[in-house]
Design a protein around this ligand. Structure first.
Ligand code: ATP
Length: 372
C-alpha cells in the first residue's frame, strides 16, 4: 500500500542511560534499551513507574536530566518535538470537533501543502477501515472509531516512531480487546516502530514483539512476551505478568544443565537457563497452570518434582479452568489452575492431594527480593 511504501531507510530507537529527575526524585533511572526498527515495543508497569515520563522524553515533551535518545545515527535528545520524526497518540485523542473525519486525517497534510491529499487520506481511511465514515463528524463515531481516526491522523505524518500512551484506556473491555488486535494488524501493515505504554499486562502480551517491564524507574526485564512469562528473572516480573507460586528453597546441588534445590523437605530440579541465582537461598517459581494435582496414591502420572501433604482449601470454577488453592504442610497456599476439559471431576475442599510439575517448567529467583 501507499502507506507501507513510505517506510524507507529508518533506524532503531536507542535510549542510552536515559535519566529524568524531578527535584530529588528520580522518575527514570539510567535506562538502556533498543527498539529495532519496525518492532512493536511495550513499556509495561504500574502507575508511577516512569513509563509515561520515558515516552514524553522520546516525544520531546520532557527534557532528560542526562543520557541520550538516538534514532538510527541521529541524536534527538534535545531536539524540539516538532522536529523529531515521532508522533504520539494519547488516551484522550481529542479530534477536531468541527472537522469531518476526512479533514481530521488530512490536517497534517494540508499544513505541509502536500498535493495528493485525497489519495493519501484515502489510503489511511482504508488502512483503519473507515472509508464509509469519511464525511461524518467525530461526535457521530464510536470511541473505537475515534481512536482509529486519531491513529490515522498520526500515521499520515509518516513518523519513524509512533508513541502510544495508554491509547485504549478510555475504551470498554470488549472494544479494547478488539482494538488490540486491530492495532497489531495496522502496525504490521505499516511496518513502523510502535512504542506502547500500558499498565495492562494482557494488552502488552497481546500486541508487543518485545516488552520492557518497568518498576520504580528501572527496567526489570525485557524480552518477548513468552520469555518474560515462562522465564521471569525477578519476583516482580513473575507476579506482574500473570500469577506465580514462589516456594522458599535452598540450592544444594549443581550439574551441567540443572540446579537441585531443597524445598520444604523435597528436592526440585531447575533448568540452568531458568535459574537466576546459583547459590544459597532462592525462590522456586512455578506457574499455577503447570502444576498437576493428584490424589494421594492416585494413579495419575506425576513426572518430576513432587510435593506431598497438601489439602484442597478452595475451589473456584471459572469456566475455562478450575482454580484451586492447596494448603501445604508448611502453611503456604499454592495455586493450581486446571483446564476444564470435561475429563475429570472436581476435587472437593478438604481432599488430601500431592502436587507435581515437570522440572522444565520451574524457575529459580534470587531470594534477596520481596514477594508480594
Ligand atoms: P501513570 O500510568 O500513572 O502515568 P507512569 O508509570 O506513566 O504512571 P510517570 O507519569 O512517568 O509514571 O511518573 C513517574 C513518577 O514521576 C511519578 O511518581 C510521578 O509522580 C513523577 N512525576 C511525573 N511528572 C512529574 C513532574 N512534572 N514533577 C514531579 N514529579 C513528576
Amino acid at each position: 500500500s501507499q502507506v507501507a511504501s513510505t517506510n524507507g531507510d529508518k533506524g532503531d530507537l536507542r535510549l542510552e542511560t536515559l535519566t529524568k529527575e524531578f527535584g530529588t526524585f528520580t522518575a527514570v533511572d539510567a535506562i538502556d534499551l533498543v527498539v529495532p526498527q519496525g518492532h512493536f515495543f511495550a513499556l509495561l508497569g504500574p502507575s508511577g513507574c516512569g513509563k509515561t515520563t520515558t515516552l514524553r522524553m522520546v516525544a520531546g515533551l520532557e527534557t532528560p536530566t542526562s543520557g541520550h535518545i538516538m534514532l538510527g545515527e541521529r541524536e534527538v535528545t534535545y531536539e524540539k518535538p516538532y522536529r523529531r520524526p515521532v508522533n504520539t497518540v494519547f488516551q484522550n485523542y481529542a479530534l477536531f470537533p468541527h472537522l469531518d473525519i476526512f479533514e481530521n486525517i488530512a490536517f497534517g497534510l494540508r499544513r505541509r501543502k502536500v498535493s495528493d491529499v485525497r489519495e493519501q487520506v484515502g489510503a489511511m481511511l482504508s488502512l483503519v477501515e473507515l472509508e464509509s465514515q469519511a464525511k461524518k463528524m467525530p461526535s457521530q463515531l464510536s470511541g473505537g472509531q475515534q481512536q482509529r481516526v486519531a491513529l490515522a491522523r498520526a500515521l499520515i505524518n509518516e513518523p519513524e516512531v509512533l508513541l502510544l500512551d495508554e491509547p485504549l484506556g478510555a475504551l470498554d473491555l470488549k472494544l479494547r480487546r478488539a482494538m488490540q488486535i486491530e492495532l497489531k494488524r495496522i502496525q504490521t501493515e505499516v511496518g513502523l516502530t510502535f512504542v506502547h505504554v500500558t499498565h495492562d499486562q494482557e494488552e502488552a502480551m497481546t500486541m508487543a514483539d518485545t516488552i520492557a517491564v518497568m518498576n520504580a524507574g528501572v527496567i526489570e526485564q525485557m524480552g518477548p512476551p513468552s520469555v518474560l512469562y515462562d522465564n521471569p528473572a525477578t519476583t516482580y516480573v513473575a507476579n506482574f505478568l500473570g500469577q506465580s507460586n514462589l516456594i522458599a528453597g535452598e540450592i544444594v546441588g549443581n550439574d551441567a544443565d540443572s540446579l537441585v534445590v531443597e524445598m520444604q523437605g523435597t528436592k526440585a530440579s531447575i533448568p540452568r537457563d531458568r535459574a537466576h541465582t546459583d547459590s544459597g537461598a532462592g525462590w522456586v517459581g512455578i506457574r499455577p497452570e503447570k502444576v498437576l494435582i493428584s490424589e494421594i496414591d492416585g494413579v495419575l502420572d506425576a513426572p518430576g518434582s513432587r510435593i506431598a501433604g497438601g489439602v484442597i482449601s478452595d475451589v473456584s470454577f471459572v469456566g475455562v479452568s478450575t482454580q484451586y488453592l492447596v494448603k501445604m504442610p508448611w502453611g503456604q497456599e499454592l495455586m493450581v489452575f486446571e483446564q476444564n476439559t470435561g475429563h475429570r471431576g472436581l476435587f472437593q475442599v478438604g481432599t488430601p492431594v500431592d502436587l507435581s510439575w515437570h522440572p522444565e517448567y520451574a524457575f529459580l529467583l534470587d531470594a534477596d527480593q520481596d514477594v508480594e
